[in-house]
Design a protein around this ligand. Structure first.
Ligand code: AHZ
Length: 350
């Protein structure tokens, strides 16, 4: 604790214990902390001066922001978050997990069907899953052909190595697709938000069957706090189609397929097999499908359901699995008669 300068007056007679705040400075030296501003500000008269009300991009020491009040910021965020929650409570497609497969799916649906409300839920603060790096914390991302076509479509540059291409940094792929996904007006991403359960209802298309009709979610911090306190009731988002790309097993991984087993909708998991780069990617892409009514599974989550091999640091299969899931999701959506955001039956074709 050397450089933190507080505007709080600190009473030297108060100890950390009496304050009850473990993070306050406690040494004698720190009790006489200087009051802001930082030493770099030369003129004390400037401190606390109200802004002129005019924004000015003058780099000669006169840069000044347009005025703001604290509640403007608070309301700018809460109003939009509230509006988003209200609007997406009934979505058209929900995507669970925002790694390379989930992002590829979101991009492909949002681009193809700008009229559909696509809602993504990502448990982590940073969307992107494992696709910020290649393998073993190395930068480059390997993508086997023909998934290079998708990179071309996104405008992600790569080096062509013959049967595969290499993006110089995985983060270049992830930041590019993420920026495109978030720019679509029909996409909402809730990050730091975990899917805690699936909504299951009677399937109007097949009597006696259950279908997945949405997700139950909570801010991830609240989900994790369940271990410490009693149950905290969650939120719901419904949609005629849910696509899950929660990755292979891990603290949060393979979430939806594990839940299918727990609820009896699927007998058991096949469990991801060892690495076989030669066949794993074709297998995941070709098997990406609706696994129970209303739920499409792709990416590495599917390997846990099907008992398929992993592929290691080769990403074409994730991109193409997301693309395939998008096609399946649009096909499914179009096949439904949807009333008030719910599947009421199959579409009657003339
Ligand atoms: O945080 C998770 C990650 O960002 C998120 N996620 C998992 N459970 C969730 C839940 N609610 C919300 N309950 C959840 N989000 O899902 C994302 C999964 O991303 P990923 O990169 O782990 O999976 P992917 O299938 O998109 O890509 C896998 C990449 C791999 S793993 C692998 C190997 O191990 O061999 N090879 C490749 C290419």
């Amino acid at each position: 604790m050397t450089s933190f300068k507080s505007t709080m007056q600190f009473d030297p007679s108060e100890t950390v214990a009496t304050k009850g705040l473990g993070m306050l400075p406690s040494s004698a030296e720190n009790r006489n902390l200087p009051i802001s501003p930082p030493a770099s500000v030369k003129d004390d008269a400037e401190v606390g001066k109200e802004p002129s009300g005019v924004s000015c991009e003058d780099w000669s020491g006169k840069y000044s922001f347009a005025p703001i009040k604290e509640h403007h910021v608070a309301r700018a965020m809460t109003k939009r978050y509230g509006d988003d929650l209200y609007r997406t409570a009934v979505s058209d497609v929900i995507i669970v997990g925002c790694g390379s497969a989930g992002l590829s799916c979101a991009y492909s649906i949002a681009r193809e069907r700008p009229d559909l409300k696509v809602t993504i839920l990502e448990a982590g603060v940073a969307p992107g899953g494992g696709a910020w790096l290649g393998g073993q914390l190395m930068s480059a991302m390997v993508v086997r052909k023909p998934a290079d076509n998708f990179l071309r479509e996104l405008g992600v540059p790569f080096e062509d190595e013959g049967d595969y291409v290499v993006v110089k940094h995985a983060a270049l792929f992830t930041s590019t697709i993420l920026s495109k996904v978030l720019s679509f007006p029909n996409v909402k991403l809730y990050n730091a938000t975990a899917v805690e359960d699936l909504i299951t209802v009677k399937d109007p298309l097949k009597s006696g069957n259950l279908r997945v009709a949405g997700v139950v979610s909570n801010w991830t911090l609240v989900t994790l706090a369940h271990g410490l306190q009693s149950c905290m009731d969650p939120q719901t988002i419904t949609a005629p189609v849910v696509c899950s790309f929660a990755g292979h097993d891990g603290p949060f991984g393979a979430f939806s397929v594990k839940r299918l087993v727990a609820t009896g909708m699927v007998d058991k998991l096949g469990d991801m097999r060892g690495l076989n780069m030669r066949c794993a990617e074709d297998c995941i892409v070709n098997a990406t499908r609706e696994v129970v009514p209303g739920l499409i599974v792709g990416g590495m989550e599917l390997s846990e359901l099907d008992g398929a091999n992993r592929m290691g640091a080769s990403f074409g299969g994730m991109l193409a699995s997301g693309q395939k899931a998008a096609r399946e999701a649009i096909k499914l959506y179009q096949s439904y008669d949807i009333v008030d955001g719910e599947v009421a039956g199959g579409k009657v074709t003339a």
